[in-house]
Design a protein around this ligand. Structure first.
Ligand SMILES: Cc1cc2nc3c(=O)[nH]c(=O)nc-3n(C[C@H](O)[C@H](O)[C@H](O)COP(=O)(O)OP(=O)(O)OC[C@H]3O[C@@H](n4cnc5c(N)ncnc54)[C@H](O)[C@@H]3O)c2cc1C
Length: 427
């Protein structure tokens, strides 16, 4: 029997790991890749390093020129998939070309979400940061920029703000939320970061609702609720992303926030798989299925999909939402859900940074569910493990009244036998 014809839509981390895994597992049949963009696979998380002048643009393409040849992949580049006909098992490209498949992986990632604010989408001063093209456009605009408005105090927004400040650009960060990093930092931790960003010259406007944008020549005027206006030469929108799945309309694929997949990355449609930011995955802490939006998760899911498409039965258990980033010289770690709320929640923190690294831990019924660390991440791996293992800290330490030290955490983990093996992300 001939080997199945495997087709992968997308050319990011999830797609590349799927193709590599399928070939490495012994699949000798056809492997097709379709991407809307020309060129090699781009890693979006490297673009801030390029903008900061720390790496070359070429370094944002980590898989090398020879990747596709080495794994004998037939590439269809610069051809967005416009329709996926799951009944006939074929994808239809923009020019009308049809590509058949036996098994297909959707790994089309996500795109920046633009708030529906009048004048924003059409502004000549608007920038986003996701693709290689976005990166070049932003890079080239910076040499002429004196003032920038960052719309969305997300990790991407704050990271770019830091780069712009280093270039001598006046930066204002605006968010509709009442704090920075509303999806990654407990309000107390966010308060510490906000005070620090202010010392670096960043102007913060929180709880600010943008109502309209007007272009006036070389600058744009941003009008906020309450008659507040801010002028800037450049606006980076970093208010979140949405999965790229419009071409699945009519395919019958079950979709929630992203494409719903099982532990083998199979969708609800026979022969169709999904991986990376376009799909959901299991949050190992809550057990819920959600879009996880992390590079390591995308690569893992891609690899799992590739192996299963090639006929190997492999599972991916899910991920813990976590992130480490250096922001204006402070190293911030976010693990799980530090903003977790409820009647049985205990928040412990050592607020005084002069006494050492900041640590905030959120417990629910004695079980650690989230943490923020600033400038001290030695225990991050242990805390992550304790969360996944759902260890009860109250049973070990008694009433939770103070943040345990690194030594106490290490001892706690050592005292509880560990039967859990958590694989490291592939890179
Ligand atoms: C600025 C920035 C910083 C980040 N920093 C971090 C970080 O520090 N840590 C972390 O873990 N994660 C980070 N991320 C997130 C991480 O980059 C993503 O989770 C990861 O790249 C997702 O990979 P993916 O393959 O699912 O999607 P993508 O990388 O988005 O790839 C999707 C691919 O599909 C293609 N495509 C889209 N639509 C179509 C179509 N219709 N037809 C054909 N092809 C299509 C695209 O061109 C692209 O090649 C960051 C992201 C950004 C933007």
């Amino acid at each position: 029997m001939p080997e199945p014809n495997l087709l992968v839509i997308g050319n990011g981390g999830a797609a590349i790991h799927a193709l590599q895994a399928a070939r490495a597992s012994g699949h000798s049949g056809p492997l097709h890749l379709v991407s809307d963009m020309q060129g090699r696979a781009f890693n979006p998380m490297l673009s801030p390093y390029y903008l900061a002048g720390k790496i070359l643009f070429d370094d944002c393409f980590p898989f090398g020129e020879g990747f596709y040849k080495k794994f004998d992949i037939t590439c269809h580049l610069g051809s967005p998939v416009e329709t996926l006909d799951s009944a006939n098992k074929e994808v239809i490209l923009k020019g009308g070309e049809k590509l058949p498949y036996d098994r297909c992986l959707v790994a089309t990632g996500a795109s920046p979400l633009l708030p529906p604010v009048p004048g924003l989408r059409t502004s000549n001063h608007l920038f986003t940061l996701r693709t290689a093209e976005d990166t070049i456009l932003l890079h080239d605009a910076l040499s002429e920029t004196q003032s920038a408005l960052i719309l969305g105090a997300s990790l991407v927004g704050v990271k770019v703000a830091e780069i712009l400040v280093q270039r001598g650009i006046k930066v204002t960060i605006v968010d509709i939320a009442g704090q920075v990093l509303p999806h990654a930092a407990h309000p107390e931790c966010a308060g510490i970061l906000e005070a620090h960003f202010a010392t670096k010259g960043v102007e913060l406007h929180l709880s600010s609702n943008l109502e309209r944008v007007e272009d006036h020549g070389s600058e744009a005027v941003f009008h906020f609720q309450g008659n507040k206006t801010i002028k800037a030469d450049l606006c980076l929108v970093s208010t979140g992303v949405r999965p790229n799945l419009d071409f699945l309309n009519g395919s019958g694929v079950e979709i929630d926030q992203g494409i719903i997949v099982n532990h083998r990355m199979r969708t609800s449609v026979e022969g169709l798989y999904a991986a990376g930011d376009v799909s959901q995955g299991r949050n190992l802490l809550t057990g819920k299925e959600e879009v996880i939006g992390l590079w390591g998760n995308a690569c893992y899911q891609g690899r799992t999909a590739g192996l299963n498409m090639a006929g190997q039965k492999t599972s991916y258990p899910g991920a813990v939402p976590d992130h480490i980033s250096t922001l204006f010289g402070l190293t911030l770690v976010h693990l799980g859900n530090p903003m977790h709320q409820g009647n049985d929640v205990t928040i412990l923190s050592n607020r005084d940074l002069s006494e050492g690294p900041y640590r905030l831990m959120a417990f629910d019924k004695g079980v650690l569910v989230g943490a923020n660390l600033i400038n001290g991440f030695e225990s991050a791996g242990r805390l992550r493990k304790a969360m996944i293992r759902k260890l009860n800290w109250e049973e070990h330490f008694g009433p939770l009244t103070r943040v345990p030290s690194d030594q106490e955490i290490a001892q706690f983990l050592a005292d509880v036998p560990d039967s859990l093996s958590i694989p490291s992300p592939p890179f």
